[in-house]
Design a protein around this ligand. Structure first.
Ligand code: ZN
Length: 70
């Protein structure tokens, strides 16, 4: 995970490896893991998920997810 972030990015902009959390059920999409249920390979950034991808836990659309910028 690493404690420091690249300061070259604008504040609030998610990196390719930024996990996203479902705003409905709090399930987390981790790009390092992908989504085996949706056949998304590990290493896929949230932004690269297909438009029809939904939360594997509650079927919420991508728009309900929020970046976890810890
Ligand atoms: Zn969900």
């Amino acid at each position: 995970m690493g404690g420091t972030r690249d300061t070259g990015r604008p504040e609030g902009e998610a990196a390719a490896d930024t996990p996203y959390e479902c705003g409905v059920c709090w399930a987390v999409y981790d790009p390092a893991l992908g989504d085996p249920y949706a056949q998304v390979p590990p290493g896929t950034p949230f932004a690269a998920l297909p438009a029809h991808w939904t939360c594997p836990n509650c079927d919420a659309p991508k728009a309900r997810f929020m970046a976890l910028l810890a």
